[in-house]
Design a protein around this ligand. Structure first.
Ligand code: ARG
Length: 460
């Protein structure tokens, strides 16, 4: 078997069924440029270790650079007989450097190579994806700023709870996204350690300076343990978790937009450019971006759980099972790449109907807590205050009115301590203004919060 990297002890080539099963070039090709970068760094180390002469190094680097150009232009691609990206690139190197190319494989294994390249890929892609998450967070913060002091019904259990600023609610969706980017930043500290030089599992015998290779490949250091370096994929799983979590956060924004976009709510109108129609119902305008985000979050959770299941109970060190680490990660990256710009576009262009939100904000007895807390300020125990306010709600429900419709006599009939002054808290403006502790929905607090969110956005 001329083409494989491991033909020596075999009498014949692999069965077609095995070759077909084993093949990974259709997905691991996206690591090709990392592989070439690793090879260049490796060649320089072989030279320092006295295993490549100065001229050999020059020729080797020239051939690798040619290979890199050809990979970039598409002039060199994996052939049907190539088992994986490493096999294909060795063939490409031999085609360009002749027999000299055969010297490059000394002191390294595909096991330490692939463990390194998946980290390089994750470090690069997570920065790019993180940038797109920040674009979405910024769109939410901008929309919050545009919403000024507009008020909407705040909900718990999807029921009217207490009025809140629209901006406060929008920012509540921005913070988790900012934390996701911080999570990626944090994961990078652990991914910034290179397994290159671990060899197959036990380390290399060629006294190569793995630190120099790591540095050339953009790492901060080298893994402490060569077995761990080649066998672990917790780093990949950590990124897969954050990617899945980004998907989940997108799905929570999406679900609310889908609800807000119904006729019954009428809180938002989506721009035509971010809505789709129906093939049979001419009147339809559907929130497909949000629905796809909701749907694809399930797929990204599947990617994560698939990877975790692959790792479960896997003995050390490298097992071929580990080849299964790549497709779930690639799928998450592709999914987020498709979703994030569409989500940002949808949010940046949607119209919010503040009048409708304001109309609903005081409904559903959302100011009942305010009555109770006003009583507390008059010296009533909260337990009694809760009861008294609850009686107001019952009276309103019986009569089909809202709390603000109650007369002074109605209040007095429930409890003499409910003097007409209670009306001061029976407006949604009064209610939000009174929640002025840190993190509260009072306009000045929300403005402060928005600037803090912008500062975090700028830091990340
Ligand atoms: N294609 C393999 C992977 O992605 C590379 C490592 C193969 N190593 C081996 N000993 N077969 O994991």
């Amino acid at each position: 078997n001329q083409l494989a990297l491991w033909g020596g002890r075999f009498e014949g080539g692999p069965a077609d069924a095995l070759a077909h099963l084993s093949k990974s070039t259709h997905f691991d090709w996206r690591l090709a440029l990392y592989d070439v970068a690793g090879s260049k760094a490796h060649a320089r180390e072989l030279n320092r270790a006295g295993l490549l002469t100065k001229t050999e190094l020059v020729d080797m680097i020239k051939a690798l650079e040619q290979l890199e150009t050809d990979v970039l232009s598409g002039a060199f691609v994996a052939a049907p007989g190539d088992e994986d990206v490493h096999t294909a690139l060795e063939r490409g190197l031999l085609e360009r450097a002749g027999d000299l190319g055969g010297k490059l494989r000394a002191g390294r294994s595909r096991n330490d190579q692939i463990a390194t390249f998946i980290r390089m890929y994750l470090r690069d892609e997570s920065r790019r994806i993180g940038g797109r998450v920040l674009d979405l967070a910024e769109a939410l913060i901008d929309l919050a700023e545009k919403s000024g002091d507009a008020i909407m019904p705040g909900r718990t259990h999807l029921q009217h709870a207490q009025p809140v600023l629209v901006a406060h609610h929008l920012l509540a969706h921005a913070w988790p996204l900012l934390r996701d980017v911080a999570r990626l930043e944090d994961a990078d500290r652990r991914a910034a350690v290179s397994p290159y030089g671990s060899g197959a599992l036990a380390g290399n015998t060629l006294s190569m300076n793995s630190k120099a290779i790591a540095e050339e490949l953009g790492f901060d250091g080298v893994t402490e343990n060569s077995i761990d370096g080649t066998a672990s994929r917790d780093i990949a799983a950590e990124y897969a978790f954050v990617f899945a979590l980004i998907g989940i956060n997108l799905s929570r924004i999406s679900e609310e937009i889908i609800i807000w976009n119904t006729k019954e709510f009428s809180f938002v109108t989506l721009d035509d450019a971010f809505s789709t129609g129906s093939s049979i119902m001419p009147q339809k305008k559907n929130p497909d971006v949000a629905e796809l985000a909701r749907g694809k979050s399930g797929r990204m959770i599947g990617d994560l759980t698939g990877l975790l299941a692959t790792l479960k109970a896997l003995p050390l060190a490298y097992d071929r099972d580990l080849q299964e680490d790549k497709e779930p990660i690639f799928d998450q990256v592709d999914t987020l790449d498709a979703l994030l710009p569409a989500m940002t576009g949808m949010i940046a262009t949607m119209a919010l109907h503040y009048d409708r939100m304001a109309e609903l904000a005081p409904q559903g007895f959302s100011l009942a807590t305010d009555i109770a807390e006003w009583l507390v300020k008059q010296g009533v125990a909260f337990r009694d205050a809760h009861d008294i306010s609850g009686s107001c709600v019952r009276l309103c429900e019986e009569r089909g009115i809202e709390l603000a419709d109650m007369t002074d006599e109605d209040f007095a009939s429930i409890d003499e301590r409910l003097t007409p002054e209670v009306r001061s808290v029976l407006t949604v403006e009064g209610s939000v203004a009174s929640r002025n502790g840190i993190g509260g929905t009072a306009p000045e607090r929300v403005a402060e919060q928005r600037e803090n969110a912008r500062a975090e956005l700028a830091r990340l």
